[in-house]
Design a protein around this ligand. Structure first.
Ligand code: X5A
Ligand code: ZN
Length: 692
């Protein structure tokens, strides 16, 4: 029973679409996957348990017609998805799925994809006509990553793009001329952006984790400088978060200072929300913490536009409880039932930075942005950025033997050893935050004790936590030899860790280092350590073993090393990439503090090897000091001594490298003029079959 009995004619008319058939898109062998049928079931069950459907208009799902898909997707691609579930494709389905990035396919996929796109058309048409005020389309598979001839990121058809084109091109009589798409899924809506990049009839707004290009779908497409092109210039707006943990306050700030002012000026005829709920608190992929109340406020702020014509379309969102509660909160807002709650956190400093950058980028197109934000807003209402290294992942085949998202906080060890030495730094203010070591400060500039401690505090509590620039600028002045003994011996492969990208055989690109300058020198060396091949599978290379160097010296062994002269800053970026999954799951984006600074380097040089606590779950977490060359330390990274024990006992599999991985080693040795191709093959095979 409802507490009050509101007049039905006064209540907004809200539509809901849900259809069990969209649950038949599943992984082929029943393996767990975050994008699972339970997602929409959980949402529907929650709405039912709260009596929402009977306060709404429940619409029937509809399959999209091919001619409407054709406004977004190529004929070949439509044919592929249409046929994918038929019997003749039984044997080819897996191979086709594997050609796409983050896609699975089964007998139910085709129908689900057709229903998802068709339902969003149905929803949009009903709202555009004014039959309903708003609709929530609880659909899957999601759509915003799908491109014209490519499935990716769990998406098959771009449901929102198809519906938008339907309104604009097929139903001019409905008078929809300007459409605002708000994509609040935690991932960038690359597919939708591409579709309307040159089209001023569609204002595409996406707020997403970007992590400087390392968060899925990785690359530059989600950057704030991507503002549209030609007549569409100014009509594409990206809000790229620098890191995870963004919450209600960050989203609200972006709404208040970017989206809402622009929406007022744009004055859309209808709004489609690419409503992924993977920025929700406890989402295994997103690493952010938007609450149901937060979502309800974001939605509420949109309802003042387009006479409240809103179509909410489910995209991602992988914590069943969070997505169910978030959709419920949104449904209540659309029904204009009161939402209670308050915002618990402050806005990140990085959020103000992003907002200012976006406003600057777009102010030529949207004059309303051409005013300075009040300074007190920026100073009083902000919190420092996350101070830990964040790995986020949820898919199963990560290189860390773990399938769950996690945050690795710096251990006390790293904190003492990283923060203490850095606290000795002084910021040279006349030099725009450039850092110099305190022992380089000239006599007359030296600080009194109290000033010095004030300064140290400034460094630790402000610049290190928030601006990783300080440690980077310091370590960029220190050079080391990074010695590689595996696939990185091949220069093009190693350069992926510096410049980003991938070589033949790698399944995903690397994000590269922040400083992308090439190694200053490359030399080869032979060391008395055993090379071995272990583990049976990696995300990067697929099946097969990868190279490790036994941290123990043994004069009866020899391993070839290709040594690159790089900066210690770059070494930190390489170390991090080498120890994490690839960016598909969003690897480390920003290192608040270095894993290996001067102090730790000194320790490693003295003790020869050091397992880095902060990377203890990575495969290459041990830094090994192999001596000096040209007075610069030679460093490599390998498994821990205890892993070698586990290889010996058979607890960890020893395994021959796969073809592509093998080729990178052989290419390295041959192009580095160390061995002939035959010798190189023999060397690698020999190492791979050695008995430990
Ligand atoms: C729709 C959506 C996420 C894809 C992540 C792939 N896709 N690692 O949230
Ligand atoms: Zn997403």
């Amino acid at each position: 029973m409802m507490a009050s009995s509101p007049d039905d004619s006064l209540r907004p008319r809200v539509g809901l679409i849900y259809d069990e058939r969209m649950c038949r898109h599943t992984t082929p062998d029943g393996e767990a996957h975050p994008e699972c049928p339970e997602r929409i079931r959980a949402i529907w069950k929650k709405l039912e348990s709260e009596g929402i459907p009977r306060r709404c208009v429940v619409l029937n799902a509809k399959k999209v017609e091919d001619k409407y898909l054709a406004s977004v997707h190529t004929q070949n691609y439509i044919k592929l998805i249409k046929n994918i579930s038929s019997k003749e494709f039984d044997s080819r389905r897996q191979r086709i799925a594997s050609k796409f990035n983050s896609i699975y396919l089964n007998v139910g996929s085709s129908e689900a994809a057709y229903l998802a796109a068709g339902s969003v058309i149905e929803a949009s048409e009903k709202v555009a006509k004014g039959d309903l005020n708003s609709v929530i389309a609880i659909v899957r598979p999601p759509g915003h990553h799908a491109e014209s001839n490519e499935a990716m990121g769990f998406c098959l058809f771009n449901n929102v793009a198809v519906a938008v084109n339907y309104l604009l091109n097929e139903k001019p009589e409905l008078g929809i001329k300007k459409i605002l798409i708000v994509d609040w899924d935690v991932h960038h809506g690359n597919g939708t952006q591409k579709m309307f990049y040159k089209d001023p009839r569609v204002l595409f707004f996406s707020v997403h984790r970007f992590d400087f290009g390392c968060f899925y779908p990785s690359g530059d497409d989600g950057a704030y400088c991507m503002i549209g092109e030609g007549p569409g210039a100014g009509y594409n707006i990206n809000i790229p978060w620098e890191h995870g943990q963004c919450s209600d306050a960050d989203y609200i700030a972006v709404w208040d200072h970017v989206l809402i002012p622009i929406a007022k000026e744009y004055n859309p005829d209808i709004i489609l929300v690419s409503a992924g709920f993977d920025a929700a608190i406890d989402d295994p992929l997103g690493g952010c913490c938007v609450t149901p109340h937060g979502y309800s406020l974001l939605l509420q702020k949109l309802m003042q536009f387009a006479q409240g014509k809103i179509v909410m379309v489910l995209e991602g969102g992988y914590n069943l409880k969070s997505i169910a509660n978030s959709v419920l909160a949104c449904a209540k807002v659309l029904l204009q039932e009161e939402s209670v709650g308050s915002i618990q956190t402050a806005t990140f400093k990085s959020t103000w930075r992003v907002i200012e950058a976006v406003r600057h980028e777009l102010k030529g197109y949207w004059p309303v942005l051409d005013v300075e934000l009040p300074q007190n807003l920026l100073i009083t209402n902000s919190r420092p950025c996350p101070a830990e290294v964040t790995y986020s992942s949820s898919e199963s085949d990560v290189e860390n033997d773990e399938g769950t998202a996690r945050t690795i906080n710096f251990s006390d060890f790293v904190e003492d050893d990283v923060l203490l030495p850095l606290s000795k730094l002084k910021i040279d203010e006349g030099n725009h935050g450039k850092v110099i070591a305190s022992d380089q400060v000239q006599e007359e500039e030296s600080l009194s004790a109290s000033e010095a401690s004030h300064d140290a505090e400034l460094v630790t509590s402000n610049e290190i936590v928030d601006g990783y620039i300080t440690w980077r600028s310091l370590l960029s002045k220190v050079e080391v030899w990074y010695a590689s003994f595996g696939s990185n011996m091949w220069m093009p492969r190693f350069l992926c860790y510096i410049e980003g990208g991938k070589v033949e055989g790698m399944s995903a690109p690397c994000c590269g280092s922040l400083d992308k300058s090439s190694p200053k020198d490359v030399i080869w060396k032979i060391v008395p350590h055993r090379l071995l091949f272990g583990r049976s599978h990696t995300r990067t290379w697929g099946a097969g073993g990868v190279a490790f160097l036994d941290p123990e010296r043994s004069t009866s062994d020899k391993a070839y090393l290709c040594m690159y002269r790089i900066t210690l800053e770059q070494f930190n970026d390489v170390l991090l990439q080498e120890n994490s999954l690839h960016q598909e799951n969003g690897i480390i984006k920003q290192m608040a503090s270095p894993l290996l600074d001067l102090h730790i380097l000194e320790y490693v040089a003295k003790n020869k090897s050091l397992p880095l606590e902060a990377l203890k779950d990575g495969w290459y977490s041990t830094v090994l000091y192999l001596g000096k060359e040209d007075d610069l330390p030679i460093l490599t990274m390998t498994c821990s001594a205890s892993d070698v024990e586990r290889f010996k006992s058979g607890e960890l599999p020893a395994s021959v490298p796969a073809k592509d991985y093998m080729n990178t080693l052989v290419n390295g040795l041959v192009e580095g003029k160390q061995l002939t191709r035959e010798e190189a093959v023999a060397y690698v095979n020999g190492a791979a079959t050695w008995k430990l």
